[in-house]
Ligand binder design. Structure first.
Ligand SMILES: Cc1cc2nc3c(=O)[nH]c(=O)nc-3n(C[C@H](O)[C@H](O)[C@H](O)COP(=O)(O)O)c2cc1C
Ligand code: SF4
Ligand code: SF4
Length: 274
């Protein structure tokens, strides 16, 4: 009996939403067992070693960062033990492009001993914005996610030996191109690497939601205005703060956000690969 589970990193919850739904629906449609999802967003969850075997099917999701798999996750991803499990790589991107992220994720999973049976790129509200792909994945996306799960279930149902599958063919260049570099109108690169959220102390109640939300463990427990580690601009702290007390004011970051909002207004649709 195959056991299905979702496994994801998700700063603002869009990857989680799609991956969890797809995993649940594959299990339901194929009549497989369903195990609890593995959320490796918290720093401590990435200290564990996760080991799978031929009886597992893992729907594995990450957000697209600069057209690639988030580079801070690479050391963790290299510790996965696929053990001949089936995997469904899924990426969520903010309506610009997923570039080579799905190729990269598929390659990592294959290298780590998974057999990739299908893959998908879905669209999620852009981490930096509340306008770009606002509210996505929405009801239409979730219908497509359910159809995708149905087709994956049809493909794997009754399969006895997983090595018959993969690697799944996906869009993107292989080997992946360099990380996407935002630029200003003169073509000068915009560097947001050191940008961190700022705190409006008058609004902060000290609830600690942002501290728990930070996937890098970078927000000071006693003083949420102090971000003393790496910030990947996932925006989980900013979007989850119930008081709207966190914000970004770096001019380069704001310029890039506006350029994205202006440059990619047209709705993109999910792409599915079998
Ligand atoms: C630092 C950073 C870089 C990003 N780069 C891209 C990108 O290259 N293309 C794109 O379409 N979206 C990009 N996004 C947007 C996210 O991929 C998208 O919002 C995704 O749905 C976030 O997933 P989550 O809710 O699981 O964190 C980026 C987000 C962040 C934080
Ligand atoms: S989530 Fe918002 S209100 Fe709560 S501690 Fe963080 S900044 Fe303060
Ligand atoms: S401090 Fe940076 S990495 Fe941490 S939750 Fe906020 S945006 Fe994400």
């Amino acid at each position: 009996m195959i056991t299905v589970r979702g496994m994801y990193f998700s700063g603002t919850g869009t990857t989680k939403k799609v991956v969890s739904a797809v995993a649940e629906e594959i299990a339901r449609r194929a009549g497989f067992a369903k195990a609890e999802d593995i959320d490796f967003t918290p720093l401590r969850a990435r200290d564990e070693i996760y080991t799978f075997g031929p009886e597992d099917l893992v729907v594995f999701g990450v957000p697209v960062i600069a057209g690639r798999v988030p580079n801070v996750l690479l050391p963790f991803l290299q510790t996965l033990e696929g053990g001949g499990a089936m995997a469904v790589p899924v990426v969520l991107y903010g309506n610009r492009n997923f570039d080579d992220a799905l190729v990269e994720l598929r390659n990592i999973l294959e290298e780590r001993g998974f057999h990739t049976v299908a893959a998908a790129a879905f669209i999620g509200e852009h981490s930096f914005s509340r306008k770009l792909a606002a509210g996505r994945p929405d009801a239409k996306d979730m219908e497509i996610a359910a159809e995708f799960a149905g087709k994956v279930a049809d493909k794997v149902r009754g399969s006895v030996k997983t090595p018959a599958f993969g690697p799944v063919a996906v869009d993107g260049e292989d080997p992946p191109r360099p990380y996407y570099q935002p630029r200003d109108r003169k073509g000068t690169p915009i560097n947001i690497l050191k940008v961190k959220p700022r705190l409006d102390e008058a609004k902060c109640t000290g609830c600690g939601i942002c501290v728990a939300a930070c996937p890098m463990g970078s927000i000071h427990e006693e003083a949420p205005g102090v971000v003393d580690g790496i910030c990947i601009k996932c925006c989980g702290c900013e979007k989850k703060c119930p008081e709207g007390a966190l914000y970004f004011d770096d001019p380069g970051y704001i310029y890039h956000r506006e350029e994205l909002e202006l440059g990619y207004p047209d709705r993109k649709e999910p792409k599915l690969f079998f």
